[in-house]
Design a protein around this ligand. Structure first.
Ligand SMILES: Cc1cc2nc3c(=O)[nH]c(=O)nc-3n(C[C@H](O)[C@H](O)[C@H](O)COP(=O)(O)OP(=O)(O)OC[C@H]3O[C@@H](n4cnc5c(N)ncnc54)[C@H](O)[C@@H]3O)c2cc1C
Length: 386
């Protein structure tokens, strides 16, 4: 074990990154002071405000790393990092555009057609075009290669039939990237024969129905595809190579600040309220929380730096998600030392509402985007223990 090294380089943050952070922070302070949004816990899954997404687009804060010709600003992954970090820290309603900005846009850039890049990326960057991820199915979650959604070759395109489950935000989205089987798996080669498609969600044969989670929110969906026709140029990348594409998206999906800041808004509210009156036990809890956030942030920034240098740090990203999601769950329990009475949601107290929502939403943190058991398997393989 002594030879194991993880690579989390400390990035150089130039002045333009600090300037961008303070610009975003000033904007958010103004929005909050003018009651233009209500901060929510787990905002990147639970906070939907289409106007707010559009405002971020107008500010030039979406798709910032993409080429200018496709609506981007050619800034670095670290510029994007500070924007997302500021938004998460205040619980801003960012869910509508989150997947498109984080994942689907970069996928189109790497694997989409020129038409997709010209037509779709500028709309994502403007905060007007949203994406859902069509990976999981009723019988395919951790074992994603067992997807049963089928794409059958027909004249001029493909016909897609199957059911995708837990598709976050699909009810607000114009598109879903759908992983489908395009040929039968050969013995021992289950990861071959899978293909990703860009599917407009207003296509004939698409039906989306909401699923309510235990916090009462209907943020994810069951999405049915009944012989949905998509033209040949809807294939993302190459036919049969969907698995390779998906695994290269994972570092983007797993390492960002959303994997440890989902409940940060509660930390802030609890600490602001308790700041002047901490006993020794509470002070120790605060110290522990701050130390963990700082370590996670350094790791997550390290992954952003690796992505910026063109690497695909899957193992480091899996570690950030494993440690980060456990932190954002754990912190809610720890904060009960400051606020022991819960289940008062609806009494008008912001902290009680945030705490209650956090408590009800936190079980999902270690499931979505790959469960923590599966992530540990990736880390174990990455360091040669499996
Ligand atoms: C809030 C939320 C949002 C989501 N959004 C989306 C979305 O937008 N699009 C999408 O496609 N999916 C989405 N998902 C689905 C998510 O990716 C899956 O829930 C996840 O991959 C786990 O799959 P599963 O639910 O089928 O559980 P299973 O894979 O059945 O796992 C059940 C349990 O078995 C354990 N397990 C499974 N395999 C192993 C193994 N090899 N080793 C050790 N333990 C194992 C798991 O860790 C877990 O504890 C979302 C999920 C949640 C909770």
């Amino acid at each position: 074990m002594s030879g194991i090294r993880f690579n989390f380089p400390a990035p150089e943050l130039d002045q333009s990154i600090y300037d961008l952070r303070s610009e975003v922070r000033t904007f958010l302070r103004e929005e909050i002071c003018n009651d233009r949004f209500t901060p929510v816990t787990d905002c990147w899954c639970a906070g939907v405000d289409l106007d707010f997404s559009r405002k971020l687009g107008q500010k030039g804060w979406l798709g910032v790393t993409w080429p200018k010709q496709y609506g981007g600003r050619e800034l670095s992954a670290l510029h994007r990092y500070v924007i997302t970090e500021e938004l998460l820290a205040v619980g801003a309603p960012v869910h509508a555009h989150w997947i498109a900005d984080r994942q689907s846009g970069p996928l189109i850039l790497s694997s989409g057609t020129e038409d997709m890049k010209r037509n779709i990326l500028p709309r994502i960057a403007a905060g007007e075009c949203f994406f859902a991820l069509g990976l999981s199915e009723p019988e395919a979650g951790s074992d994603l290669a067992s997807v049963k959604t089928r794409a059958r070759k027909v004249d001029g395109g493909w016909e897609i039939t199957g059911t995708k489950l837990w598709s976050s935000g699909a009810q607000h989205c114009q598109y879903m990237t759908v992983l489908a089987r395009t040929s039968d798996p050969l013995e021992g080669k289950r990861h071959e024969g899978l293909t990703q498609f860009l599917v407009p969600l207003d296509s004939q044969g698409v039906a989306i129905s909401g699923i309510r989670d235990m916090s009462g929110l209907m943020h994810f969906n069951e999405s049915h595809f009944d012989s949905v026709f998509v033209p040949d140029d809807s294939v993302l990348g190459k036919v049969g190579e969907g698995w390779k594409q998906i695994t290269s998206e994972l570092a983007l999906e797993r390492s960002g600040p959303e994997r440890f800041l989902s409940t940060f808004i509660v930390v802030e509210h609890a600490l602001v309220r308790a700041a002047s009156d901490l006993d020794a036990r509470q002070a120790a809890i605060v110290g522990g929380i701050i130390a963990r956030v700082r370590a996670l942030r350094a790791m997550s920034l390290g992954v952003a730096a690796l992505l910026e240098s063109g690497k695909s740090p899957d193992v480091e990203a899996a570690l950030v998600k494993d440690l980060g999601t456990r932190f954002e769950q754990d912190v809610v329990e720890r904060l009960r030392a400051f606020r022991p009475i819960l289940w008062k949601s609806g009494n008008g107290d912001v902290l009680d509402d945030l705490m209650t929502d956090s408590l009800l939403r936190q079980p999902s943190f270690t499931l979505r985007g790959g469960t923590n058991e599966v992530l540990k398997g990736i880390v174990a393989r990455g360091i040669g223990l499996r």
